[in-house]
Design a protein around this ligand. Structure first.
Ligand code: INI
Length: 194
């Protein structure tokens, strides 16, 4: 009879996931909202504020910034991120296709800009810039048939604001083993003797 070996259970690993809670307690949020297509962006803003309020945020935890159009969102979000005043930022805009190629330029540049801003600053930025073919599509996403994308962005911002400190502090699930590396920050006044 062949010797029995413990089964390795391929595909049955269940590592614990590190994730952010949906609580706004003690967090600070920035919201950058574009005035262009304000009929839509104001509804998205209301959705984002609703999410923050339901998660326990108060007015003093929220810094609201208004910009003329979606193209101006990335630079304002980046400045806000660099300020150190926000744990997460929600970027709200609405681009609707017109008759020229302006739509393509604005929509691709705002997405690229916000991505660069969050990577450069390390502050998570929830992307709530609708890019729609028609006004009807935008209305559907601002509180009608397809829900409110501002609310979704608010939840994403809360979750990411809670997640990132866990990753930075090495408090994630995989960090509890004995090979945890020591912090490499050198403390002032503690020079190594030669
Ligand atoms: N800005 C928008 O937010 N949405 C649009 O649909 C839009 N279109 O179509 O022109 C738009 N343009 C303005 C742009 O974002 C800048 O504010 C402008 O070019 C000044 O820099």
């Amino acid at each position: 009879m062949p010797e029995k070996t413990p089964e390795k259970s391929p595909g049955k690993l269940r590592p614990t996931a590190t994730q952010g809670e949906l609580s706004a307690t003690g967090l600070r949020f920035g919201i950058v909202v574009s005035r262009f297509n304000s009929f839509i962006t104001e509804r998205l803003l209301a959705g984002a504020l609703d999410a923050l309020q339901r998660a326990g945020a108060a007015e003093k935890q929220i810094e609201l910034v208004r910009v003329p159009g979606s193209l101006e969102i990335p630079v304002a979000a980046k400045k806000l991120g660099q300020s150190g005043r926000c744990d997460a930022i929600i970027c709200i805009g609405c681009v609707i296709r017109g008759e020229t190629s302006h739509f393509e330029h604005v929509s691709s540049e705002v997405a690229r800009g916000v991505q660069i801003a969050q990577l450069d600053t390390g502050v998570p930025m929830a992307f709530c810039v609708l890019t729609c073919e028609t006004l009807e599509q935008a209305i559907d996403r601002a509180g009608l048939k397809s829900g409110n994308k501002g609310f979704e962005a608010g939840l994403a911002a809360i979750e990411m604001a809670n997640l990132l400190p866990k990753l930075a502090d090495n408090r994630g699930s995989a960090s509890t083993n004995s090979r945890k590396s020591k912090p490499r920050i050198s403390r002032p006044g503690k020079r190594r003797e030669k």
